[in-house]
Design a protein around this ligand. Sequence first.
Ligand code: FNR
Ligand code: LAC
Length: 360
Amino acid sequence: MNLINLQDFEDAARSKLDAMALGYYASGADDEVTLHDNREAYNRIKLHYHTLVDVSACDLTTKVLGTDISMPVIVAPTAFHRLAHKDGELATVRAAGSAATIMVLSTLSNTNVEDVVANATAPVWFQLYVYRDRDATLALVERVRDAGCAALVLTVDAPVLGQRERDVRNHFRLPAGMRVTNMSGLGLGDLPDAQQQSGLAAYFASLIDPSLTWKDIDWLRSAGGLPIIIKGIVRADDARMALEHGVDGIVVSNHGGRQLDTAPATIDVLAGIADAVGGKVEVFLDGGVRRGTDIVKALALGARAVLVGRPILWGLVVDGESGVARVLEMLRVELGRAMALCGCPDVASVNRGLVDPKQK
Ligand code: FNR
Ligand code: LAC
């Protein structure tokens, strides 16, 4: 099949994956209202394009936290890449490097952070889950720093795991030989063999710390000495709290609709959060980004860059490193076309007026 858009990649990946892995990758929480709304919200926003602007050379490059990247698209942290392809996170990080963009590596990877960074040709950020065992968490943060990761992305929307019903029905577990590799040296690498529920939900319930609060941000900063980006914010007042606690960036995210169902679509809350932040730190967005026009809308409403989750996994399933590279390239081409058609020769010219012409 000729794959010409990200939906084609998803369809191709769906036909290759077994039910347990597909259920895990594709699911949202409960009735999947937020999962679908993340997508539908983009269709409700219209692009009021400019005409007769010279777009013969569209420049997609940008900077995030001081780092140059080739386009405002970053690889979101997603767990367990070896369920998609035998090369797992190594394939993903090589493809991100070829695309000259950042990969955010999940705490729950099937590959050690050191090996991922050793295969990277662009910066790697590390997504952190804080374990109840704070010493183990500190040991992980120190490893991440020593490995050379450039930032910590602290996920704050998952004190407990959302209920993904397919994972419950499938009693989700990892195949033999796959584990939470980063934590296995500390005895925290294996999902329990849950009989009645998702093994990942059971892992979360027993090991991940649901008592995390704002004061832990200060603890984390002194522990790691790395910039801290908070992922999972959907409210302006929480964004202001994040500023008060000195974070370096905010990811507007509802975890791809996998945590609290009926949480708002991220694109719908982005502008309010960007306004509250007022440019003091960089704001990112993820959830449902599948088209170049989605990226333009996110930039117009205040995002510095977007993160992409499931499409990376679909690329990995279809063809490993080269599949991920094709997904990223597709987004690059679509973004370039959308910007040209919007009369935007560079990312700085994508502003609120594109989605709200009254603003300019
Ligand atoms: C995720 N996400 C996620 N987030 C995180 O902080 N740590 C993690 O380990 C994971 N794992 C994970 C696994 C899978 C299979 C999915 C689909 C998602 C959430 C992810 O970072 C991101 O917020 C969403 O995937 C963005 O939505 P889209 O692009 O998938 O619609
Ligand atoms: C998930 C967790 C691991 O969404 O973040 O499955």
